[in-house]
Design a protein around this ligand. Structure first.
Ligand code: HEC
Ligand code: HEC
Length: 335
């Protein structure tokens, strides 16, 4: 179904409610906005955030303050990397097939504990990954997020940046800088996402729909398509449909999405959903069609057997009976 993107007017309409919800998160959100990002120093570090869920736990590593990025070629690369990950739509436009910036999932410019922070990832690669069944370097790992989370197959380039692309070097320079003084090759507290327990009997789509309607739709839209205003810093990313992460992305796994959601959503109120609510709403989001799994060459059933032996809705029946996994594509008019 073709759904026109909600217009800026819609955003202005919900703005007062959203502002009340967001508090300082809005200021932080501006760092991931559509406009050219502000000077790095304007992006507060996570420990400065005011809302309850952003209080830094004492054992957590704190990345350096952004105003200490050095001058010179290395500092320039760090600043470019920060721009790329907070405004991927502009600074890696050729490779963005989804409507996301990296920082929509790696919150606060990749600094927020419990939102797969980059300072915690930096020292952990190269590593063996089950998904690729080989040793992945950090460059491979970043290319993976372009391929799946950013759905590069639908981008202008049609694929993730090639190994050796300067974009990937800049992103890594920013990660290395965030990890300044972090112990390398050490599993730091705050890495990845929370791990809420799977509810007995599995998640409920009906209960998830209720959580969604009451706690998520205000920002992500009744139809899950998010909201974006051209030229505005506000950017509520889509959760399903043609501009969302694809069927191969980590977030399509119910457990992974549940962990991200419990720690970080509703935005500014992380830590407020129960384990069951997080699983239910994660299952609900992931029971909607999205771009196809780029690894799928034959039928959905074949890809299901090869790549989807985990908690997910791929290959299951959607509402109305269609098999999930066929793939949502952008309507031609939306370009
Ligand atoms: C106050 C607005 C707001 C509310 C309410 C909200 N979100 Fe979000 N959500 C955002 C924003 C903004 C981002 C991107 C974060 C950033 O860039 O800092 C986001 C990101 C996400 C993402 C990762 C990005 C993506 O597109 O996949 C998921 C998943 C998500 N939200 C799910 C939820 C769920 C589930 C709820 C309800 C429990 C919810 N959100 C409630 C604003 C909101
Ligand atoms: C739609 C959400 C989403 C977007 C957008 C996204 N990622 Fe990710 N990323 C994930 C998920 C989910 C994981 C896996 C986290 C986990 O399982 O703990 C991940 C993991 C990673 C990791 C490894 C983290 C670790 O601790 O091992 C890196 C590095 C990474 N992403 C970089 C990027 C970059 C760079 C971009 C933008 C080009 C990006 N991601 C965009 C969701 C996203």
């Amino acid at each position: 179904m073709n759904r026109p993107r909600p217009r800026a007017k819609h955003i202005l309409h919900v703005l007062p409610i959203v502002l009340a919800n967001l508090g300082l998160a809005l200021t932080l959100g501006a760092c991931g906005g559509k406009q050219p990002p502000p000077p790095a120093a304007d992006c507060p570090a996570p420990e400065k955030a005011a809302d309850a869920d952003t209080e830094k736990k004492s054992e957590e590593f704190a990345p350096p303050s952004l105003d200490t990025i050095p001058e010179g070629p290395y500092g320039d690369a760090v600043r470019r990397g920060q721009r790329i990950i907070t405004d991927t739509q502009t600074y890696a436009a050729d490779y963005a097939g989804s409507a996301h910036n990296c920082s929509n999932c790696h919150l606060y410019a990749g600094q927020r504990p419990g939102a797969a922070p980059y300072w915690a990832a930096w020292g952990m690669y190269p590593d063996y990954r089950k998904k690729t069944d080989r040793i992945d370097t950090m460059e491979d790992r970043i290319r993976g997020c372009f391929e799946y989370s950013m759905n590069a197959q639908a981008s202008k380039a049609g694929k993730a940046p090639e190994a050796g692309d300067p974009l990937l070097a800049d992103i890594q320079a920013y990660m290395r800088w965030l990890a300044t003084e972090a112990p390398a090759s050490h599993e730091l507290p705050g890495r990845g996402y929370a791990t809420p327990a799977k509810p007995e009997g599995g998640p409920s789509l009906e209960a998830g729909a209720e959580v969604y309607a009451s706690k998520c739709a205000i920002c992500h839209g009744d139809d899950g398509q998010g909201m974006r205003a051209e030229g505005e810093a506000l950017h509520f990313p889509p959760l399903w449909g043609p501009e969302a992460y694809n069927w191969g992305a980590g977030m399509h796994r119910i457990n992974t999405a549940a962990g991200f959601i419990q720690g970080n959503m509703p935005l500014g109120q992380g830590g407020t959903l129960t384990d069951k609510e997080a699983w239910d709403v994660a299952a609900f989001i992931n029971s909607h069609e999205r771009p196809k799994d780029p690894r799928q060459v034959g039928e959905v059933a074949e890809a299901d057997a090869s790549f989807h032996d985990h908690d997910c809705m791929y290959g299951e029946s959607a509402e109305g009976g269609a098999t999930l996994g066929a793939g949502a594509t952008k309507p031609a008019a939306a370009g």
